[in-house]
Design a protein around this ligand. Structure first.
Ligand code: GTR
Length: 421
């Protein structure tokens, strides 16, 4: 029997669409979700059952390849020479609550590439190395804090005439614009550091953006398995982790990969590939992130690939109209985090990301956590809003829109306190 036959999830089919992609590329009608069969996480492509941790380690390596070949593209194996330059240290940031450090990561062999500018806040009170949340940001480091001495990013910014940018350049108005998503005070008061960098430092987020990012020097654009922007952002997170491992104020065994939305997709792919990440948090990562691809609800693979042709491997597009033929589904991506702690979060006002599909993605990692003697989510019941569930794998469906809120951070801090510290 193939792995596809072993695990069948049947959902009542009341519409004409099964496994399909509607013409508009999205669906908000649960009745139209149709039937789908997920690849069995514990049966390999040769139909062999995966029974032990050793079997899983082998199968895990195969799964990583399948995701690289078919979804995110192949992350170049070449190691890249980095130079870390501390550009500023403020011993008394955030009114004395934090030590703030800015570090630029230069690519020694590719001087034409801009550095990744990392902004780190450490809890001032700490006397020993601290765990850290590492997450890329959407609009430049000047945007996550109101501190006026953070230089405005000079990189390409989304938007020609928006609040955050003018002719694709950051504006003063953008300063502090996303402080709400980054409650740095709350994070450092709990004894964690926060490390962030602008995702556009690694690759500007538009179809031709790769010309000025890391993908201009690594990878092969003629190949169907060439890495996409999400792969590049994930790679950039690992390079920041390379730096964090050298910083004596950081507990390098406790670096948590966190991301929202498209950056959430990258945060999971980073944590899946790079086992130095101690845990992964996917905030509303949706299609191409935690949400099951085969569940026809919210955004679809076709829509994702059409709106954002640069995010994934070219081969992913071949599945636009035949998602059921993908050799993997997203629960298997999430399972690559196991046995490390994983948090998947949704918002009920963000049906585009498919909260139920994200929940099911988390739920179906369970067999791998069990191989390690751990309980993953430990429930099959979709929880009420604002009711976090789970053990080593956690999930919540927050009220409100597509965003990162204090409520989300409160859960992530508790999760980190209980499972990462
Ligand atoms: C949307 C996209 C989602 C999600 C989101 C975001 O437009 O369809 O997959 O990534 O953007 O990053 O905010």
């Amino acid at each position: 029997m193939t792995r596809f036959l072993l695990l069948a999830i049947l959902i009542l089919l009341s519409g004409p669409i099964a496994n399909g992609q509607g013409p508009e590329g999205y669906n908000y009608d649960e009745a139209k979700v149709g039937t789908y069969t997920l690849p069995d996480l514990l049966v390999n492509t040769k139909g062999k059952p995966v029974k032990t941790k050793a079997d899983w380690r082998n199968w895990r390596a195969e799964l990583l390849k399948l995701f690289a070949e078919n979804v995110y593209g192949q992350t170049p194996a070449k190691s890249v020479k980095l130079r870390f330059q501390t550009t500023s240290v403020d011993e008394s940031a955030l009114n004395g609550l934090a030590v703030r450090k800015q570090v630029s990561i230069f690519f020694v062999d590719y001087p034409q590439l801009p550095p990744i500018d990392v902004l780190i806040y450490f809890p001032k009170a700490s006397t020993k190395p601290v765990p850290v949340f590492l997450g890329l940001n959407f609009c430049g480091n000047h945007c996550v804090t109101a501190e006026a001495d953070i230089p405005l990013s000079t990189r390409w910014m989304m938007g020609e005439n928006s609040d955050v940018s003018n002719n694709n350049k950051a504006t003063e108005k953008a300063r502090g614009m996303q402080v709400r998503r980054w409650p740095i005070d709350m994070i450092v008061k709990r004894g964690y550091a926060l490390a962030t960098a602008y995702y556009g430092d690694i690759e500007p987020d538009y179809p031709q953006g790769w010309h000025t990012g890391i993908r201009s020097v690594l990878g092969d654009t003629t190949k169907a398995n060439n890495w996409g922007a999400i792969g590049a952002w994930a790679w950039g997170m690992s390079r920041i982790l390379d730096y964090l491992q050298t910083d004596p104020a950081i507990d390098a065994k406790r670096v948590i990969s966190i991301g929202h939305s498209r950056i959430g997709k990258a945060a999971v792919w980073a944590g899946a590939q790079d086992e130095r990440f101690a845990a992964v948090i996917a905030n509303e990562s949706g299609e191409g992130g935690a949400a099951l691809a085969r569940r026809y609800y919210g955004e679809t693979v076709e829509r994702l690939n059409t709106s954002f042709p640069h995010w994934f491997a070219p081969r992913y597009k071949a599945y636009n109209k035949r998602v059921a033929d993908l050799p993997v589904d997203q629960h298997e991506l999430l399972a690559l985090v196991a046995p490390r702690p994983l948090y998947v979060a949704s918002a009920d006002g963000d049906q585009w990301s498919d909260p139920k599909g994200e929940f099911l993605g988390a739920l179906h990692t369970e067999p791998v956590y069990q191989l390690y003697g751990k309980t993953g989510l430990g429930t099959t019941v979709f929880p009420a809003v604002n009711q976090p569930v789970g053990q080593t794998v956690r999930y919540h469906d927050r009220t409100g829109k597509h965003d990162v809120t204090d409520y989300d951070w409160e859960q992530y801090l508790r999760f980190a306190d209980e499972l990462v510290r």
